[in-house]
Design a binder for this molecule. Structure first.
Ligand code: SAM
Length: 368
């Protein structure tokens, strides 16, 4: 039986239609992003990146996938405008597809700051933990970061990697002249990189400042192993080290700089961590927190960055931080007011927001 809908005003009808349209578009885009996940994980974009025009059977052969799936995926990619089709009027087996100029950079060039295929892995990692998420929402428990698996770990790493490697030493740190000078000076600065993940921020600092010694710490064992491999492959293994450790247990080793890139909001007990970091600083040292450049306050309906961060928060960062007991449960949308409060509670005397240009990140210097 179909229930009669209550009468609504013209304005409410317009709102209903707008929301229905918005949700349909979101569903379509979510499904398209998961198709990017397939293309990335199965090497389909790499197989297309030679730039030639290929048939479904050729893609199947090159990437080692079934040709029927290859055909459907290519047609889907063409429908979404990711690949182009030479002559749509040919038979399905004869049609040739290619990645148009510019698209390969976004999909297969991990060195480019436009590279976004890793984001499909990060978002796609949520699919594997949906039952655990439902349960966490009901019980108030969490879903540990490690449960999101290699897709989250590696998706996060490759998304930030080009930013760290290209911006950190040329733009971000030079915008903080006193810090920049210290990292170039003698005696060589000691840096601790907290929540270092796959190590790309540590590697970027070691590369940008040839004197510094960087010690990376992460509570996730797999991330630490990845960081060690990445540092060795990047030729900076002799000036970097990586250790599995909860940052709250950091030894007071006299660091000139302690960094936390996109990780403070993931921590279950960030105040304890900041306490430990303050004690671990050398005289004159500071903690640099790099976190999301979200609005200063909650605005209700808002723009792309806050929207994205909220959507990631509910699915990933908040549940990951709530996986431990007595979590402060910050969530991804870490606002300046919260950073100031945490820093004050941890005994820091001052927080300065540094004049670093970045559409994604805000840079906070915590001074003891
Ligand atoms: C979103 S990832 C960021 C990784 C890396 N900094 C980057 O920007 O790509 C957050 C990282 O913080 C780590 N983490 C969370 N809580 C931690 C803690 N208490 N101590 C050390 N690492 C922690 C997680 O294991 C994860 O690798």
């Amino acid at each position: 039986m179909i229930t009669a809908q209550p009468a609504i005003s013209e304005e409410e009808g317009a709102r209903r239609d707008a929301l229905a349209g918005h949700l349909f578009e979101s569903a379509q885009r979510t499904a398209e992003m998961l198709n990017v996940y397939l293309g990335e994980r199965l090497g389909l974009y790499r197989a297309l990146s030679a730039g030639d025009r290929i048939t479904p059977a050729e893609l199947g052969r090159r990437a080692g996938i079934d040709r029927r799936y290859a055909r459907e995926w290519l047609e889907q990619q063409a429908s979404a405008g990711v690949v182009t089709v030479e002559d749509a009027g040919l038979s399905a087996e004869e049609r040739r597809f290619r990645l148009p100029g510019g698209h390969a950079e976004v999909l297969v060039n991990p060195d480019s700051t436009s590279y976004l295929a890793g984001l499909a892995r990060l978002v796609g990692s949520v699919a594997g933990v949906l039952p655990e998420l439902l349960s966490a929402y009901r019980t108030g428990g969490g879903v540990p970061w490690s449960a999101y698996g290699a897709d989250a770990r590696e998706g996060q790493a490759v998304t930030n990697r080009p930013l760290f490697l290209s911006e950190l030493g040329t733009s971000w740190f030079p915008a903080m002249p006193e810090l920049h000078a210290r990292l170039q000076a003698d005696p060589p600065a000691r840096i601790a990189d907290i929540g270092c993940g796959a190590g790309w921020s540590s590697i970027a600092m070691a590369r940008a400042y040839p004197k510094v010694q960087v010690e990376g710490f992460d509570s996730d064992e797999e991330s630490v192993l990845l960081a060690q491999t990445n540092a060795a492959d990047s030729g900076v293994a002799f000036r970097t080290s990586f250790e599995q450790r909860d940052a709250a247990g950091l030894h007071p080793a006299g660091y000139d700089l302690i960094t936390i890139f996109e990780a403070l909001h993931d921590m279950s007990r960030p105040t304890d961590v900041l306490h430990a970091l303050r004690r671990a600083l050398a005289p004159g040292g500071s903690v640099l927190v790099v976190d999301e450049r979200v609005h200063d306050q909650f605005l209700g309906q808002t723009d792309e960055l806050d929207r994205f961060m909220y959507a990631i928060s509910t699915l990933m960062c908040l549940p990951a931080s709530m996986a431990e007991d007595n979590s402060e449960a910050l969530g991804t949308v870490l606002r300046p007011e919260t950073v100031r409060r945490l820093a004050a509670e941890a005994g820091f005397a001052r927080v300065e927001v540094e004049p670093v240009e970045s559409p994604l990140f805000r840079f906070y210097r915590l001074l003891p």
